[in-house]
Design a protein around this ligand. Structure first.
Ligand SMILES: Nc1ncnc2c1ncn2[C@@H]1O[C@H](COP(=O)(O)OP(=O)(O)OP(=O)(O)O)[C@@H](O)[C@H]1O
Ligand SMILES: [Mg+2]
Length: 496
């Protein structure tokens, strides 16, 4: 019997008191597309970083082609034919595609820069990833999906045998995901083994032939995707029953937010209202102007003209702390840069909205309240962290995002604006966030929510507004809306 391409044997890894991986053992077959799934903080990224030579395991072995290997560095992993595409874009915008592909790897070409070869290889790689562009084009001018293709191009530059993708689609639109899958199938046909991390189970079922489930750092299951149903996979991931909450018919109350003929950077002529007790969705493609709009509502950007009334009062000239005091909250899209202060522990991050409103008044911070707010956030949002003093950077990606939402638990804003709140969040946490959102509406408060996931909008929203290229192209009642109808308004497709 030929050995599997990779055998992981009792891999264990702790960060301080956190055991990220606990005796994880499973095998990855040659040429398979192997999905790694699990809740936020389950240990997926840590395991991939071990395979990539970024972290060393505390104990356990990696056996490649029947031979135990050590991977002291990413260079060593690359030398053995392993490469990775990270979730975040890690490219230099002011360098060309060619320069980005070869950055730090120029010496692959025998000591001296061999531009004709590098150019030829770039063209081949661009062909493989389906990016029809000149190698000299600056990366800064590319779309998110195109940048993602360049990142994949960089990862396959040296023809790896194993390609790891850690949540590659969280910034992609549906077309972007389709394009990615075309590339992955092409690589699969060339016998590249693919390790695919995603929280989107539809993707797992569409692309993977095998899957591994991790839960709390432990290996739970590995097997053919054909042998599990989506429900069963979720059960294996969360180890408990999920309470999926849906739209409940309620009577909307007073108008909370009234936007009239608002113009700003990236959008124009926007008018709509959000009432108490309502969840209003904002659909559209990436670049439709949704983030610019919600940032303007919260005061992050100034409007060019028009009016924003909150509970009857014009607020377009108000400061952000003023708006928080008035009862607005925003969970921003760009959590990595604007949602969290990495230098502060979880406890202080969670109390930021409250601190912001006090900047002018009492500066004293109530430690007891801060502690309680942080403990509540950890409990309600099920944040996996070592405690209230945990450093933000030590949390897994999804748990950092839960912390941003957790910030708004205790200020209890009258209207909470959420910009793609469940991006990168696992199924269990997603269900909890959905419940939290419905709970806000049930208490007679309001929610305005941007989401790129249509099923989420359909399940949660009383009304759905659709934006395309900066304007509102339509509005639908949640109960009668369909994915097709929303997409038609979002892309401006012709009839028939
Ligand atoms: N550098 C680090 N320092 C301290 N703790 C860490 C570090 N990296 C990861 N951890 C912890 O290890 C555990 C596993 O994290 P990991 O990032 O592997 O999870 P994940 O499965 O990738 O989650 P997500 O779906 O949220 O990305 C978490 O409890 C996390 O807080
Ligand atoms: Mg991760």
């Amino acid at each position: 019997m030929t050995p599997p391409l990779i055998a992981l044997e009792a891999i264990t890894k702790s960060f301080g008191a956190t055991r990220a991986l606990d005796h994880v053992s499973f095998a990855i077959g040659r040429g398979s597309v192997h999905a790694i799934v699990g809740e936020n903080g389950a240990g997926k990224s840590t395991l991939m970083k071990i395979l990539m030579g970024i972290h060393a395991p505390d104990s356990g072995r990696i056996v490649l082609d029947g031979q135990p290997v050590t991977l002291p560095s990413p260079q060593a992993a690359r030398g053995l034919g392993i490469d990775i595409v990270f979730q975040e874009v890690v490219l230099c915008p002011n360098l060309s595609i060619l320069e980005n592909l070869f950055l730090g790897r120029e010496k692959v070409w025998k000591g001296s820069m061999q531009f004709p070869q590098m150019r030829r290889r770039t063209q081949e790689v661009l062909q493989t990833v389906g990016l029809h562009s000149s190698p000299d084009r600056l990366v800064g001018g590319l779309s998110v999906a195109q940048k993602q293709m360049v990142q994949i191009g960089r990862a396959i530059l040296n023809e790896p045998r194993v390609l790891i993708l850690d949540e590659p689609t969280s910034a992609l639109t549906r077309d972007g995901v389709d394009a990615l899958f075309v590339i992955l199938r092409r690589l699969h046909n060339q016998d590249v083994t693919i390790l695919y991390i995603s929280h989107k189970l539809e993707e797992v079922f569409a692309i993977a032939d095998r899957a591994t489930v991790l839960r709390d750092g432990r290996h739970v299951w590995t097997g053919p995707v054909k042998e599990v149903s989506p429900d069963r996979l979720v059960e294996l991931m969360v180890g408990r029953e999920l309470d999926l909450s849906h739209r409940v018919e309620g009577k909307p109350g007073e108008v909370l937010l009234e936007v009239s003929d608002l113009w700003g950077e990236g959008f124009e002529r926007i008018s709509f209202t959000v009432r108490a007790g309502e969840v209003v969705g904002l659909a559209g493609l990436v670049g439709a102007g949704r983030t610019e709009l919600v940032e303007t509502l919260f005061g992050v950007r100034p409007p060019k003209q028009g009016e924003i009334r909150f509970q009857g009062r014009p607020i377009q000239g108000m400061s952000i702390p003023g708006r928080i005091k008035a009862g607005l909250g925003l969970v921003p899209e760009d959590r990595q840069f604007s949602g969290l202060v990495f230098a502060l522990p979880l406890r202080e991050n969670v109390s930021l909205p409250e601190v912001a409103t006090r900047r002018l008044g009492r500066l004293r911070i109530n430690r007891r309240r801060e502690h309680k707010a942080a403990r509540d956030a950890i409990k309600t949002m099920r944040i996996v962290a070592s405690g209230v003093e945990a450093e933000i950077l030590s949390l897994s990606g999804g748990n950092q995002q839960k912390a941003v939402i957790g910030k708004w638990l205790s200020p209890r804003p009258k209207l909470l604006i959420l910009d793609d709140p469940t991006r990168g969040i696992d199924v269990g946490a997603k269900a909890e966030i959905h419940q939290f959102i419905r709970g806000i509406a049930a208490e007679g408060r309001g929610v305005l929510m941007v989401s790129s996931e249509l099923p989420e909008l359909l399940a949660l929203c009383d009304r759905i507004l659709v934006m395309r290229e900066g304007i509102l192209t339509g509005e639908m009642a949640g109960e009668s809306a369909t994915e097709e109808a929303i997409m038609r308004l979002a892309v401006g497709a012709k009839r028939g």
